[in-house]
Design a protein around this ligand. Sequence first.
Ligand code: AMP
Length: 403
Amino acid sequence: MSFVNLRLADPLVRAIADRGYAQPTPIQTQAIPLILAGRDLLAAAQTGTGKTAAFALPLLHRLSASRTGGPNREVRRPVRALVLTPTRELAAQVGDSFRAYGRYLSVRTATIFGGVNIRPQIDTLRRGVDILVATPGRLLDHAQQRTLSLADVEILILDEADRMLDMGFIPDIRRILALLPRQRQNLLFSATFPDAIRTLADGLLNQPAVIDVAPRNTPAARVSQQVHPVERSRKPALLSHLVQAGNWGQTLVFTRTKHGANRLAQQLEQDGISATAIHGNKSQAARTRALADFKQGKVRVLVATDIAARGLDIEQLPQVVNYDLPHVPEDYVHRIGRTGRAGRAGAAVSLVCADEAPQLHGIQRLLGHSIPSRVVDGFGPIGSYSPPLAATPRSRPRQRPGR
Ligand code: AMP
């Protein structure tokens, strides 16, 4: 299968070639024809599968193919496609993707999110935008200030819907839905399908096609996983040791709390390892700078909370560390999905103290197997820690997005 078979417009095929993509990913192969045909879509996919291009390419194709609406519409240039994302970083990345894929088309994309001055966004909206990528809160601010009309939206995309749920955005989404025309195409992308997302999907989607490409609970095969049992108080020293002894380059470290992220970044710096923290309490400018420094290799370790890390697209990330295990087992899969992308090898290491045994058990159940465990020399023995519990595979390990 090549992109040419997907019958995308030539300017899109050229832009894809510029990006160096040789062939579509599974979600692209499945989703693109359905979206081009105007179907509603319920898609199970997580970051790293190529999901952004899976909706961006057919959407650009459709919008550029149907510049309908006559001269009046051309003058007003209303928003025709709305993409909602949970985080600012994801909005920025999705907006960049639309601009990259649409570079040979005259379709305008704008990105709007909170935490930055609203004035330039108002000016951009006034000049006219075809595709709007937005986080829910700031979008509603614009709607309330009447600096934006959503009355002409033809296609709605909810990206990472489960994360919107986690972040408490579902009421905002319902408010936004009330501002849209009834007749439209709807696409919902989510990594997991808790009940609240199913309910939302039921009310939103019209006889959707269902695709499920990403085995969410199966991390990329090329990610090696390892647990290092350790006393909680020795975690910072163990992390510094692993980074230095293993000569790790770009390392993404997950902590559960924002405070913990800050403290750990400071500790690493004290140990002579350049590190920075990224989380929701930081200003947008600080988050953007931290990510840029990490991507450029100026900072060796990026310490992040789950929410801040969601949607970060960092190419070739070799090493992910779970400094704390997440409470939600699915987050473990999301976290380690940050490495081993696009067929490259990656390593995911978890520092696990005795009181995290229940979380480890939950993760192993979800994976359906246990994770190899090894005490690092000089960092054991560890008090009451019991070896990883034998995995009890779920009888039905994967939740399907359909019913
Ligand atoms: P996403 O799942 O949308 O976050 O995309 C993950 C990464 O895959 C991004 O860096 C994309 O640029 C890249 N990507 C998307 N589609 C393809 C493709 N067909 N071939 C190779 N890389 C791709």
